[in-house]
Design a protein around this ligand. Structure first.
Ligand SMILES: NC(=O)c1ccc[n+]([C@@H]2O[C@H](COP(=O)([O-])OP(=O)(O)OC[C@H]3O[C@@H](n4cnc5c(N)ncnc54)[C@H](OP(=O)(O)O)[C@@H]3O)[C@@H](O)[C@H]2O)c1
Length: 270
């Protein structure tokens, strides 16, 4: 694993976030990392952030690296993999795709014989607090799975799931940061309405979500029990909870995850 050379096909936002995590965690050193991108600005940003080699040539990446991370937009996957089709060495190369909605079957048909892994990461990987779900292709080895787990864990948590559940992962953790940003904005609006200056309200709102999430992960307790513990009889918090229930927040969040998962499933079929 330590000797694996890693290449990014596409050097945009997610590629940069992952590469920085890999470097910080010591999974790879900059001299064993390379990235290609059609955009000079993306190459410059990746190089400035990581100190790694960058190129406009996808061929150079596949020649250099053993583990290829496919980090272009979903509609660019076909052209990148078709371009590289003659260059794959199935005994050498592992392909890890983070492209949303591109199935293992499709990856396998575009890169015949290659070991493939499909990942759904999320943007908090940018700050080392991502949540990824991943699925292993049929030809992968135990070592490939361990490598994916180690790389993805360097930017947050990584959970292996059957591919049929990746749409649900997309609906929850893939799209989830947007739901949480909306919640932080709304909580801050509430703070402003109650008299707080905006900057103070936003810091309090964001830290409250962060701290509460950390309590769930650290204690392993059911969130309902943690909620009950802060609702004293006749107190202020249960008044707020009543308003949330009246507003249908619980049902709205369930519906948001289901709608996003369903959209992901449809996109995968198109
Ligand atoms: N951002 C997220 O929240 C998120 C979450 C989960 C999964 N993902 C997945 O991660 C992937 C990358 O997302 P991103 O947000 O990092 O996108 P991004 O910032 O647009 O990065 C993709 C980069 O690849 C470049 N590119 C296009 N065609 C190429 C080619 N033939 N060879 C090499 N590079 C090429 C793009 O250039 P152009 O701008 O010229 O196209 C762009 O600079 C997507 O498939 C997305 O579904 C993203």
């Amino acid at each position: 694993m330590a000797s694996s050379r890693i290449g990014f096909l596409g050097a945009g936002k997610m590629a940069s976030a992952l590469a920085l995590g890999f470097l910080r965690s010591g999974c790879v050193t900059a001299d064993r990392l390379i990235a290609s991108d059609t955009q000079p600005a993306a190459r410059a940003a990746f190089s400035a952030g990581t100190g790694a080699r960058v190129t406009a040539s996808n061929q150079e990446v596949i020649d250099f690296a053993d583990t290829l991370i496919l980090a272009v937009k979903p509609n660019q996957v076909g052209s990148v993999l078709n371009e590289l089709r003659p260059s794959w060495l199935p005994e050498r190369h592992l392909l890890i795709s983070i492209a949303g909605g591109i199935t293992l079957d499709r990856l396998q048909s575009l890169a015949p014989g290659v070991r493939v892994i499909r990942v759904m990461p999320n943007t908090p990987a940018l700050v080392g607090a991502g949540a990824s779900g991943y699925s292993l292709g049929a030809c992968t080895t135990e070592g490939d799975g361990e490598l994916a787990q180690k790389l993805l864990s360097s930017v947050g948590i990584a959970l292996k799931v059957p591919e049929s559940l990746l749409d649900a992962v997309t609906g929850l953790s893939g799209s989830g940061p947007a739901y949480v940003f909306l919640m932080i904005e709304a909580l801050a609006d509430g703070g402003v309405a109650a008299g707080l200056p905006r900057d103070i309200a936003q810091q309090l709102a964001a830290q409250t979500l962060l701290g509460s999430a950390q309590m769930v992960l650290a204690t392993g307790q059911h969130p309902g029990a943690l909620k009950d513990a802060v609702c004293s009889p006749g107190g202020t918090t249960i008044e707020g909870i009543h308003e949330l229930e009246r507003g249908g927040v619980r049902a709205a969040l369930i519906s948001a995850v289901r709608a996003s998962a369903e959209k992901s499933r449809k996109l995968g079929q198109s």
